[in-house]
Write a protein that binds this ligand. Structure first.
Ligand SMILES: Cc1cc2nc3c(=O)[nH]c(=O)nc-3n(C[C@H](O)[C@H](O)[C@H](O)COP(=O)(O)OP(=O)(O)OC[C@H]3O[C@@H](n4cnc5c(N)ncnc54)[C@H](O)[C@@H]3O)c2cc1C
Length: 369
């Protein structure tokens, strides 16, 4: 049997997985992408930069944090440490071409149905059949845009083209994690005043960058604070927004109200792209699909999830340097299940580059100092 695999999504997860399949000499697969390679990165606000630095550390056991395949490094290719969305989309494009990946752009997957042992993948250009589906649709294109009543009056940061397009004024940013601080420091840099309302305490003690701000963000935050045009209200939630004649009235969790003339900015995060095929997964209380130890759906055999929505207990795989470590786990499962040739040296290459993580008990991030 020569099984056919379909990857849905051509971001770093889909492209990284495709490269690994190629390296394993698996040719019978395709990648479907509704827009174009690196689409999410091309839609980032123009001023946004990677918080994870790029550095060519491979060969000494430290693969570039933003690489999706061993022996590649965006730092080497682009000569930059903090990449823009456009930079990273270029890196993905170069890899797709170099590895000659079988990608079809402009194909939106509308529905996936399991029929006996095969998947019927319904798209805008007809149906595909596959033995296994690897879901790699990310999160950026699925903003958490309705977290409380009246949120439709605000603008989610996912829809911002450039912070330079905002008229000068005072802005309220709702959400104090990476996207919220990014919005705020860019608005401040353009001469605006900003109030951030954050449900979380910014100076929390967590060490895991999935739960706390990155150093790059702290650096920019301190610079913004020096302007005195920057206020943070911590441990308070916005519970409702009402549109008034002269602006927007925000209702806060401490019972207070805040009036602002400009459209509030929502930096309330993202949902899982796996919600597009919600019924094929069981869902955890963390809003993420429940997965087996091989990142396979617990209720739909041969449906795998890769990318930032992968989570196992305390291990959150929301950064590229984290979720890239699970491509080999999925690939190994496919190789074993379909009795494909086992390319041991490829798995060794991935293991030697911290891209093959099987022991999930490893992933508690602690810092003594
Ligand atoms: C604002 C923001 C900043 C981030 N900054 C960093 C950072 O600095 N460092 C870091 O390591 N990580 C960062 N991340 C996390 C990580 O970069 C992203 O999670 C990453 O883009 C995930 O890659 P992906 O391939 O899973 O998803 P994406 O890059 O979003 O790719 C998914 C692809 O799937 C396609 N797609 C979606 N639905 C369908 C469908 N139905 N049919 C066909 N195609 C479909 C989309 O068009 C898209 O191209 C950030 C995330 C966000 C949201």
């Amino acid at each position: 049997m020569n099984p056919f695999f379909l990857i849905v999504g051509a971001g770093p997860a889909g492209i990284g997985m495709g490269i690994l399949l190629k390296q394993l000499r698996i040719e019978n697969f395709g990648i479907l992408e509704r827009d174009r390679v690196g689409s999410s990165f091309l839609q980032w606000p123009r001023e946004m930069r990677f918080i994870t630095p790029s550095f060519t550390g491979q060969g000494f056991g430290a693969l570039d944090l933003n690489a999706i395949s061993p022996t590649t490094s965006p730092a080497y290719t682009l000569r930059k440490e903090h990449l823009s969305g456009e930079d990273y989309a270029l890196y993905l494009d170069l890899l797709a071409e170099h590895y000659d990946l079988p990608i079809r752009e402009g194909v939106n997957v509308n529905e996936v149905v399991k029929k006996e042992n095969r998947f019927i993948v319904k798209t805008n250009e007809g149906e595909y059949e596959a033995d296994a589906v690897i879901w790699a649709t990310g999160e950026f294109q699925f903003p958490n845009a309705a977290p409380f009543p009246g949120a439709e009056h605000a603008l989610h940061n996912r829809y911002v083209d450039s912070w330079k397009n905002f008229e000068n004024g005072h802005y309220v940013v709702i959400g104090g994690y990476e996207s919220g601080i990014d919005a705020a420091v860019n608005l401040v840099a353009n001469g605006n005043e900003v109030t951030i309302i954050s449900a979380k305490e910014l100076h929390g003690k967590e060490a895991d960058p999935s739960l706390s701000l990155a150093p790059y963000t702290w650096e920019r935050l301190r610079k913004a604070e020096q302007t005195k045009r920057f206020t943070i209200v911590e441990k308070i939630r916005v519970v409702k927004i009402e549109k008034k004649e002269n602006g927007y009235l925000l209702f806060l969790s401490n019972g207070e109200q805040l009036m602002t003339e400009t459209k509030p900015i929502l930096a309330t995060g993202f949902r899982s792209g796996a919600e597009q095929i919600q019924s094929l997964f069981e869902w955890g209380e963390n809003g993420k699909p429940k997965l087996t130890l091989y990142d396979e759906s617990t209720i739909t055999p041969n449906l795998f999830l890769i990318g930032p929505s992968v989570a196992h207990d305390q291990a959150i795989f929301c950064f590229i340097y984290k979720f890239r470590q699970r491509f080999a786990v999925v690939a190994k499962k496919l190789v074993d299940r379909y009795q494909l040739p086992h390319e041991e040296e490829v798995f060794t290459l991935y293991a030697n580059n911290q891209m093959y993580l099987t022991d999930l008990s490893c992933c508690e991030v602690k810092c003594d100092c």
